[in-house]
Write a protein that binds this ligand. Sequence first.
Ligand SMILES: *Cc1c(COP(=O)(O)O)cnc(C)c1O
Length: 489
Amino acid sequence: MKFIETRGNEGKKPAKVNFSYAILNPSASFGGLYVPEYLPKLDKDFFKNAKNDNYKEFTKKILSKFEIDIDEDVINNALSLYDNFEDGKNPVPLSKIEDDLYINELYHGPTKAFKDMALQPFGYILSDLARKQKQNYLILAATSGDTGPATLDTFSNKENIKVACMYPDGGTSDVQRLQMVTMNGKNLKVLGIVGNFDDAQNALKMLLASERFRDELEKQNIKLSAANSVNFGRIIFQIIYHMYAYVSLLKKQNTHEFYSIVPSGNFGNALGAYYAKKMGLPIRKILIASNINNILSDLINKGIYDLRGRKLLKTTSPAMDILISSNVERVLYDKFGSKRCKELMDDLREKKYYELSKNELESLREDFDAIYCDDNFAKNTIKKYVNKDYIMDPHTATTLKAYENLREDSIPTIACSTAQWTKFAPTMLNAIKDDEKKYSDEVALQEFSKALHVEIPKSISELFQKDIVHDKVVEKQDIEKEILDFIKA
Ligand SMILES: *Cc1c(COP(=O)(O)O)cnc(C)c1O
């Protein structure tokens, strides 16, 4: 299968590329993204027939439909990384918490967030390509807290790879920050940025598109790629767990369709659900959950993506504190084509907003609905389910708002759970104690775990004893220089 560009081709880059090219060079013409030329279709009984497949077998079946240019032994090795998840046989357990509500637990990987689902195999495949081409790569990552640790984990000490990871200083939890700044690896650079996630992601996009930066790297014989979900190499693995959740659901309950709820920020997880639906997964609708940074729910409800006068607000679901949501572009391309997609993206850049026509909005709403909630709702939801013996993190809690308000029928519903509670312990403790005190992560982890008799994984508790190896916090304008100094060192 070939990959094409969301904003059309400017005549410098190839018009169609292979998978390996798209993941090594994720920046497409006019600042666009790579997308598959078409989506493979699965037949009606595909999911029923998959009920004896384990996760790896199932994943191989889906990957083979995409006919990507990656050798089978490489794919096998990449998928064997799922063996390191908590339950090697099933990295993505499905838990039932209401008669018609299931939680797709995507956070059982090494860094305890759903980012591992894609970054573990993606990191292996990318490193293998670099090693075989004997080409050095710099991988950029901008993170709101979970992409960073997962990226550093997957690329740590890999040959031919260097990683520069940027996080918003003060915008992540202590655990998330420690997961990054204590990460050893000669090939890793972690930078705190004075600013928020949008600033970090903007810096990443600027560097990806900057010829000067590229030339500087070229002098050191280094090429540039990115680990954010702008990279299709992440999206391909994020299609699969939505499908596997349905296979697991069918083993518990017979149904012809289901609702999917996705707590969304950069929209990669939701895009995975959308592609899965287009390939034949019987999702009635994808319900998007946002926090009070509700730019996505405004788009889906009103047809307008509007940055004017908006400021990013800090919430207890920081991974969703985003205003510039990169993967919406891939849906716009899929529905309206590259010409219109470029027009909308140009509007956003030049006028700080774009508006869909009535027909376009209707088309978007055929697949999506959306709602947002505030921190209080999330806190109350955490408490409510703790009392029912189920622990969910603050991001997962936002999905309950959609469950309660957006469903037209009480058909089975699968909500994505995107992180383990241990990454956001102060909020968890505030929720069960119904207080507003500022706890440190370390204290909150201990107290919450004692109160509920749940274990803290060693990988989390030992973070507080580790040495801090990355202590730089820099202004936006100094990012490029910091990264070049790291490269030359
Ligand atoms: C990244 C992340 C999200 C948002 O996912 P997107 O694919 O960026 O929409 C939600 N919750 C958690 C915990 C995350 O780490």
